[in-house]
Structures are given as C-alpha cells and as structure tokens.
Design a protein around this ligand. Structure first.
Ligand SMILES: *Cc1c(COP(=O)(O)O)cnc(C)c1O
Length: 486
C-alpha cells in the first residue's frame, strides 16, 4: 500500500512544471500567473489528498492528470464568478425586493450605457458654463408628467414645485424629516407607525432625523380632531405614511390627506406624505385599488411627498421628493443631501423611464407590462413550457396562479394568471427548487402542494427560450446525489 501511494505521488507534477507547460500558457491569456498558480496549487492538493485517502489507482490518476488544465480552469471560473448575477424570477412577485425590484426598460438601459462610458453635464449648465444642479435633469420632465397625468395643464407645476432625488425612499423620508422637523415635533397617527421591510421603521427614522414623534389616535382609528389636539408651539410637521405592505380592515377611520393639509394651513404647519409607490398608472384597470396616489399627492397642497423609483414607477432604485420650491431648496442645502444623492447612472435611467410615460409608452416599462399581461398570453407561454418539459421524469401542467405586485404595495391584491406546475419522479419539490437556483441563469420559483410552480408573469418574454433550455437539461439529466431527496 505504502509503496503504491508513493509511486502515485511521484506521478503528480510539481507546481513549477505545471505553470511552465503549454496548458498554463493558454490560461495565461485569460488570468494572471498568480491566480493560475493559486488555482493549480489547490487542484494538485486535492489530487494529493485523494491519493492519500486511497481513492485513486494508477489509471484514474492518469485520467485526472490528463484533465488537469480543465480542472484548473474550472477552479478559476468558480473562484472568479461574480457574486451578483442575473436570475430568472419565476415567483410572480413583480417588485420582488430580494431580486432587485423593477427591471429597467430597454430605453433606460440604453441611456445608462450612453452616459456611463463618457463624461456628461451632470452638474454643468451648458448654456452658461456655470455649475448646475444634478436634479434639473429630471425635474421638468417629472413636473410635466405629474401635471399631464393628473389632468392639469402642462407647465402648471413649474415654478410651484421642485424635485430632489436621493438613494431610495427611506433616504428621502429621512432627509425630509431632518430638513423640516429637526428639533421639533412631528404628528403621526398610531395607525401609520409602520415597518416597511428591511428594517425601515417610521419611529426609528423619525428619531434618527432628530425630530420628536408625537403619536395620535389609535391603531385603527385616528380623527382630524386628534391631530388638532396635538398641535403645540413645537409642532413642525404633520406626517402621513402610506401603510404600504399591510392594510387595516373593519372599524377604521383616517382623515383624508386634504383634511390634514387644511388643518396644517390653519396652524402654518406643513404636511409631508411618505407615499412610497410612485405609481403613475391607474391600478383600477388591473382590478386593484391603491389607497394613496402619487399623482394626487404631488398635485395636492402637501408641502413634500416622497416616493420610490423602483416600485410601481418601474425605474431605478432611488427616492424622489416632490415639493414646494422653497422646501426643496432647503432639502438641497442640507448636508445630508450630499451624503444621500444619486449618481449620473440613476438620473440617466430615471430620465428615460419618465420619458416613456410622457410619450405614452407605459408598456415599454417591464413592471407595467407585467401588470398588464393577459391571462390568455400567460397560458399560451405556459403551454410551450409544458410541451418542452413533460417527460418520463417530469410531470408538467398549466395551473391557475395569483401573482403579487410586491415591493410593499397593494398587499392584498392579486393578479390572476397561469403558471407551470412541475413534479419530478425522483426529487421533492424543495430539491427541484434548489436545483433551479443553481442553474445558469438561476431560476427562482415557488413551491406549492408538492410541486414547483413557475409563475411566468415575472419571467421576461425574451427569457423564455433560455429558461426552457436550462430547465429541460436540468430536469431530464441524471440526478446527482446532492440534488436527490429532500
Ligand atoms: C417602500 C416604501 C419605503 C421605502 O422605500 P425604499 O425605496 O425601499 O427605501 C418608504 N415608505 C413607503 C411608504 C414605502 O412604501
């Protein structure tokens, strides 16, 4: 035994020999010598380990050595694989925060490409050559769009409202509260002291902003009189928070935004609304209701409104503040704005997204197209999957599904459609779902009643061919020991 292992060890090449051979020269066009050396060392160490454990004989070692450079290349590819990668979202949750929320439109992607590769007039006024504001790039587009969609004359918001864009809606809310209410009191209904996912809690953000929370009313009912009774000389702001990801049903009461604005006006206290969704389309068309409207808020007398860029607006991650010009000036002058501002790529994508709405091309925005996708179209796509995936190993079937908007919007509304249910002869549904997450590209699916469920509403149509190919290969290939069982 001892002598046989020794003779096998002698067959293993030295690291130097490996690095000086033609196989390594080929890899050198792709990877640095240090990286190749490190990967080769790891592969040789594994082989030595196998010899030591008595796991190879002469023949199997020779075979392994013949594939040495392929093994080194695989090792390199595995080590250098980017952590962030594209995935196919088959969950049916359109604004899935864990999967990056809204996919961008073609136009937004192209604009990012155009701006990213060179210089741009991010903060320069090209007319005068003077320093400019980065927010001007989306301001007039957004103001025109908000006016147009709420049936007001184009240009009617110019000069009255202004826009500031920051990293996300949480940042916008923090910045607004800090600018308007640091050191003073903010009145909020107890029914709106919510947590919005990812640890964004209204009371905590308020505290961080340096303002003091003055809660009024109860969880289910708050009256305008509750707000009025809480007004003091320290009151700086009335805050209205869109409840986002949950809903209070039954014995409830909440003043309308307009009532809060009127009360505030009597006391010279402004109203700030954390609206959230940034929705510019009518959800009624899709059988859903939204209790708050970005359009109504932005054109109301609320002093400031915050919304997310990557929720129902369907644009890049950002937080958009629309408000009175004087207030937006104060927001921009706040040192926090400098810390929370966005880069040129965000403006590029946001600008292109807003332009799509302005030109009536709403359906070029993937999130909106997904909302609007008809059950008939979904069923036809599902049938293609079923036909391609059905086999001795796999039972595939078209089934009705309910998609969700997600991203903390319309929590109880669902979109009826169709999906593909899959059952594998030798694997549990959880094992299949895990296998799908390891594919290239990974596919994230749901599991339901012993089956894996692919909701195609959130699978982009140009991903269908890829998805079908990788699914067919994975599900009908040999079952590897790690993917079998539960
Ligand atoms: C989603 C949401 C937020 C947080 O938005 P991000 O863009 O994720 O930071 C804040 N407020 C409301 C009302 C929301 O719906």
């Amino acid at each position: 035994m001892e002598t046989e292992a020794n003779s096998l060890y002698r067959k293993l090449p030295q690291l130097g020999e490996v690095l000086d051979s033609p196989g390594a020269a080929k890899l050198a066009s792709l990877y640095s010598r240090d990286l190749i050396a490190d990967a080769a060392r790891a592969v040789l160490a594994r082989m030595r380990q196998q010899v030591k454990a008595g796991e190879c004989d002469e023949a199997s070692l020779e075979l392994a050595l013949r594939g040495l450079f392929e093994a080194i290349e695989r090792e390199l590819a595995m080590r250098l694989k980017p952590s962030l990668c594209r995935v196919i979202n088959a969950t049916g949750v359109i604004l899935q925060t864990n999967l990056g929320r809204a996919p961008l439109s073609r136009a937004a992607i192209e604009r990012i490409g155009e701006i990213a590769g060179g210089y741009c007039n991010l903060e320069m006024d090209l007319q005068t050559g003077d320093r400019g504001w980065r927010d001007v790039h989306v301001e007039s587009l957004l103001l025109n769009l908000l006016a147009l969609r709420s049936g007001e004359p184009i240009g009617s918001l110019q000069g009255r409202r202004a826009v500031a864009v920051v990293n996300n809606c949480a940042a916008a809310t923090l910045l607004a509260l800090n600018t308007m209410a640091e050191g003073g009191e903010v009145i909020v209904s107890r029914g709106e002291l919510v947590e919005i996912g990812g640890g964004f809690r209204i009371p905590e953000i308020l505290q961080k902003s340096g303002a003091v929370l003055r809660e009024v009313g109860t969880t289910n009912r708050t009256r305008i009189a509750d707000y009025a009774a809480a007004m003091t000389a320290q009151t700086r702001l009335i805050l209205r928070v869109h409840r986002s990801n949950f809903r209070i049903e039954g014995f409830t009461q909440q003043p309308r935004l307009q009532e809060l604005i009127e009360l505030g006006a009597r006391h010279s206290v402004p109203v700030f609304e954390d609206q959230g969704t940034g929705c510019l389309v009518s959800l009624d068309e899709y059988g859903m209701r939204d209790e708050s409207s970005w359009l109504e808020s932005a054109t109301s007398g609320a002093a400031l409104i915050s919304a997310s860029g990557d929720k129902l607006l369907g644009g890049p991650q950002c937080g958009i503040l629309v408000g009175d010009c004087g207030l937006i000036d104060r927001v921009r002058a706040n040192a926090l704005f400098r810390a929370l501002r966005v880069d040129k790529l965000t403006y590029a994508a946001l600008d292109a997204t807003l332009f799509a709405y302005l030109s009536g091309a709403d359906s070029s925005i993937p999130a909106i197209a997904m909302l609007a996708m008809s059950a008939g179209d979904l069923r036809r796509r599902c049938e293609l999957y079923v036909e391609a995936l059905q086999s001795d190993q796999v039972a595939a079937e078209v089934v009705p599904v309910s998609s969700l908007v997600g991203g903390g919007t319309t929590p109880d509304a669902t979109l009826p459609g169709f999906g593909v249910a899959l059952m594998h002869a030798e694997m549990t549904e959880n094992a299949v779902a895990a296998l799908l997450r390891r594919l290239e590209p990974p596919i994230v699916a749901l599991t339901r009643e012993g089956r894996v469920l692919l909701d195609l509403r959130t699978v982009l149509q140009d991903e269908d061919a890829d998805a079908i190919r990788v699914l067919r290969d994975a599900l009908n290939g040999p079952v590897s020991p790690t993917s079998a069982g539960g």
